[in-house]
Design a binder for this molecule. Structure first.
Ligand SMILES: [Zn+2]
Length: 357
C-alpha cells in the first residue's frame, strides 16, 4: 500500500486520546503481521493497547516511535469530515495527518520493507496511545521495548524532518482545595474553597514570573526558562452557596537541567495535589545520530514528546518527523505530500544503513 493509502486508513479511526484504542491498535498490528513483520499488541493496565513491532535480522537496531492517538475535533471549524483524508492541492487534510499518523504510516511501510533484509540490524516500531494527554501510554510499552535493546530511537513528531535533541519536560497536577459549605448570607462564617483556589492561582502566577525573571535559562529554547500555566478551574455549585470544593489543574514545563518540577512549585498550603501526568525533558547529543539519520539539526522545541521518556530509559533519542507543529491540533490539520515523500526517503536511507551495518 502507498503511504497515502495507509494514512487514509489510519485517519479513518477516530482515535481521540483518552478513549478506547483497540481498533486502531488491532489494525496496526494485523497490517504489519500480514506483511511479514513480528508485531504484538501490548495491553496496559488502563485498557490502553500499544503495538511493538520488529523486523529484519540481528539484534538491537533502531526504534521508530509514533503515537496512534490524536486530539479531538469538537468545537473546531473543520470544512469536511476530519476522519476522511482528502487531498487539497499538494497537501493531505485530516485529523492526525501531521500529528502524527503521517509519520506512523511512513514508519509502518519502512518496517515492512525491513522485513526483506537478509543481513544487518533490525528496524523496530513502537506505537503508543494517550500521548496527547501527557505521554501516558508510552510507559506501558517501555518494558517490552527495552527487552529488544534498540541502539537509537527516533520519535517522529513534526519537526520538518530536522533532527531535534532537546525539548522541555512537563508535569501536570490537579489541586483540590476544601472549605466548608454554608448559606452565602453567612459568608463571613464560612470557609470558601474558591478563595483558597484563587490564592493558589496567584501563587502559581507569581512563581511563573520569578522563573522568567530569575530562573535557570537555556537559550536554545524559544522561551528560554521553565514555565507554569494554570488550566481548568472548577468550584462551587450556586451563587447562594459558599463553595466547599474547588479544583485547579496546572502544569510546569521545565528546561533540561532545571530542578524537578515539584521543587519549582510555590508553597501550596492545604491543597491536596494529585499528579496527572509527567514526562522528562530531552537533552541528547546530535553526534549520536551522525551516519545514521541524514537530517539537518533543528532547534530545541518547546513542546514535549515521548523522546524524553525513551532517553531517560537510556536509549539515545532524537525527534525527527515530517510536518510542522503549527499544523497540528487545529481544524483542517494537513501535511504536505512532499514532506511525506521526504520522510520515506529518510527512512529508506536509514534502512540502507541498517542492512549494511
Ligand atoms: Zn504528537
Amino acid at each position: 500500500m502507498t503511504v497515502t493509502a495507509l494514512l487514509e486508513r489510519l485517519v479513518a479511526f477516530p482515535s481521540v486520546a483518552g478513549g478506547s484504542n483497540d481498533e486502531i491498535a488491532g489494525f496496526v498490528a494485523e497490517y504489519l503481521a500480514e506483511r511479514g513483520v513480528q508485531a504484538e499488541l501490548v495491553p496496559g493496565p488502563d485498557g490502553r493497547v500499544g503495538v511493538v513491532a520488529r523486523s529484519g535480522p540481528g539484534e538491537g537496531g533502531v526504534l521508530l516511535s509514533a503515537h496512534m492517538d490524536v486530539v479531538g475535533v469538537e468545537g473546531q471549524p473543520w470544512t469536511t469530515d476530519p476522519w476522511t483524508l482528502r487531498a487539497s492541492g499538494d497537501r493531505l487534510v485530516g485529523r492526525g495527518a501531521t500529528d502524527m499518523k503521517g509519520f506512523l504510516a511512513c514508519a509502518m511501510e519502512a518496517v515492512i520493507r525491513a522485513a526483506g533484509a537478509r543481513r544487518g540490524r533490525p528496524l523496530l516500531l513502537a506505537a503508543s496511545t494517550d500521548e496527547e494527554i501527557g505521554c501516558r501510554g508510552v510507559g506501558d510499552l517501555l518494558p517490552r521495548v527495552l527487552e529488544l535493546r534498540p541502539s537509537h530511537c527516533i520519535v517522529g513528531e513534526p519537526t520538518g524532518l530536522r533532527l531535534v535533541t532537546a525539548h522541555k519536560g512537563k508535569d501536570t497536577w490537579r489541586a483540590t482545595l476544601r472549605g466548608e459549605a454554608r448559606h452565602s448570607s453567612e459568608a463571613p462564617l464560612a470557609d470558601n474553597a474558591v478563595e483558597h483556589a484563587a490564592e493558589l492561582v496567584l501563587a502559581l502566577r507569581d512563581r511563573g514570573r520569578e522563573l522568567e525573571a530569575a530562573g535557570r535559562r537555556d537559550e536554545r529554547f524559544g522561551i528560554p526558562h521553565s514555565t507554569i500555566s494554570v488550566g481548568p478551574i472548577h468550584g462551587g455549585t450556586a451563587v447562594n452557596v459558599v463553595p466547599d470544593l474547588c479544583t485547579v489543574e496546572f502544569e510546569v514545563r521545565t528546561i533540561p537541567g532545571d530542578e524537578p518540577a515539584a521543587a519549582l512549585l510555590p508553597p501550596t498550603g492545604d491543597a491536596e495535589l494529585e499528579q496527572l501526568a509527567t514526562y522528562p525533558g530531552l537533552d541528547g547529543d546530535p553526534a549520536a545520530f551522525v551516519g545514521l539519520i541524514d537530517a539537518p539539526a533543528g532547534p530545541a522545541i518547546d513542546f514535549g514528546t515521548e523522546a524524553g521518556v525513551y532517553a531517560a530509559a537510556g536509549i539515545p533519542t532524537a525527534v525527527c518527523g515530517p510536518g510542522d507543529i503549527a499544523d497540528a491540533h487545529r481544524a483542517d490539520e494537513s501535511i504536505a505530500l512532499d514532506e511525506l515523500a521526504r520522510c520515506e526517503q529518510l527512512l529508506e536511507r536509514l534502512l540502507g544503513r541498517l542492512s549494511s551495518a
